[in-house]
Write a protein that binds this ligand. Structure first.
Ligand SMILES: *Cc1c(COP(=O)(O)O)cnc(C)c1O
Length: 394
């Protein structure tokens, strides 16, 4: 088999060697519990607080506003359930979008079963929320707006600053799931009017099982994990010191190298998209052409199944995804592709390829060359395609 071409960086990323090296001593040498009083533990605590400061600085936040969690899903669960409970005397209405990650959507469904009312905003055909609909959805009962920064499937980037301004104008809290955006797009929580923000280590070359929730000073939120007094009494559990240290290194590097890294990714991404749209017929790009994550390619090929493409790409050592990793294994098409208005049969022919800084133009060319063959082959066996061509000739 040829070399591995990993194009599934929205699902997870590799841990960078410098991240791993920074973590190692906190497994092997200083394995202390940072809550202990001896100086051995003090060193671990310092490393953890240094990471917190690095992450806070990168967002224009204070270190005391960063709370480490077990990942993006936990941060999303915490924010929704914790704010819902803390503000229920003000109201029980939450606004979110149809294209959120399941960590948000399934938590909202849970809250609906517990007496909360959720508005799911529609998006336009490029996967961008409509601000006038947001304004219209607000009621005196609305306590929280939760709209993701950038979508994990189609890469569309939301008008976060405008949403932040609307939230502020109405005195409503604003949370954003920035798991895909942090480290890829510049973020300043004050400039954008963000009150809470979720992030996850493993989406930016850090370790899995570590995330954070930024909570603006003054925001009330109930605890989600009860127990010890860690994380300023808001999130119990012995801290994942190696994870936190690795996250800090990964976040610092991601933010420091953002410009050059994403410039390169955008070049490869655009080459990828241009060649596919030009050289393969009956194909559609999903997501906004420009308001788009630097590393996201998502296309629908008519008359074929995304799953079949994945298997054939796998034979060439290419890792990609159809829809989102969480929905693979189910026959339902992705909720995001349906929300942008794709008919089921087109949504089923979708392919997501998410690049890294290591993806080269040669990789892109290799994959597009293979895709052309694969698409032609699968269409040659498709009765739908055969019918379509017959009708075209008549
Ligand atoms: C991956 C992802 C999550 C979940 O993060 P985990 O750390 O894997 O729990 C949440 N939201 C978005 C947008 C994601 O891409």
């Amino acid at each position: 088999m040829s070399k591995l071409i990993y194009l599934d960086n929205a699902a997870t990323t590799s841990v960078r060697p410098e991240v791993f090296e920074a973590m190692k001593p906190y497994y092997l040498e200083n394995y202390s519990n940072p809550s202990s009083v001896y100086s051995f533990a003090g060193e671990a605590k310092k490393a953890m607080e240094d990471a917190r400061k690095v992450i806070a600085d990168s967002l224009g936040a204070a270190a005391t506003e960063i709370y480490f969690t077990g990942g993006g899903s936990e941060s999303d669960n915490w924010v929704l359930k914790g704010v819902a409970e803390a503000y229920q005397s003000k109201g029980k209405h939450i606004i979110t979008s149809r294209i959120e990650h399941h960590a948000v959507l399934h938590t909202c469904e849970y809250l609906e079963k517990h007496g909360y009312e959720i508005t799911y905003l529609d998006v336009d055909e490029n996967g961008i929320v409509k601000l006038d609909e947001l304004e219209k959805a607000i009621t005196p009962e609305t306590i929280l707006i939760s709209v993701m920064f950038a979508n994990n499937e189609i890469g569309s980037i939301q008008p976060i600053k405008e949403i932040g301004a609307i939230a502020k104008e109405h005195g409503i809290l604003f949370h954003t799931d920035a798991v895909q955006a942090f480290g890829q797009v510049p973020i300043n929580v004050d400039e954008l009017g963000i009150d809470m923000l979720s992030s996850s280590g493993h989406k930016l070359n850090g370790p899995k099982g570590i995330g954070f929730l930024y909570i603006r000073k003054g925001v009330k939120i109930r605890s989600f994990v009860h127990g010890g007094a860690q994380e300023r009494k808001r999130r119990a559990g012995t801290e994942n010191v190696p994870g936190i240290v690795g996250y800090g290194v990964a976040a610092e590097r991601a933010v420091r190298t953002m410009k050059e890294r994403t410039d390169k990714e955008i070049q490869v991404r655009d080459h990828f998209i241009d060649r596919i749209l030009k050289e393969i017929p009956y194909v559609k790009l999903n997501g906004d052409r420009t308001k788009r994550l630097p590393n996201n390619v998502n296309v629908s090929f008519q008359f074929i199944e995304g799953e079949s493409m994945l298997l054939m790409l796998d034979n060439y050592g290419v890792c990609a995804s159809s829809g989102s990793a969480c929905t693979s294994g189910s026959l339902d098409p992705s909720h995001v592709l349906l929300a942008i208005g794709l008919p089921h049969e087109i949504a089923h022919g979708s392919l997501r390829m998410t690049l890294s800084e290591e993806t080269t133009m040669e990789d892109a060319d290799f994959v597009v060359d293979k895709l052309k063959e694969i698409v032609a082959y699968l269409r040659s066996m498709s009765p739908f395609y055969e019918d379509f061509i017959k009708k075209q000739k008549n």
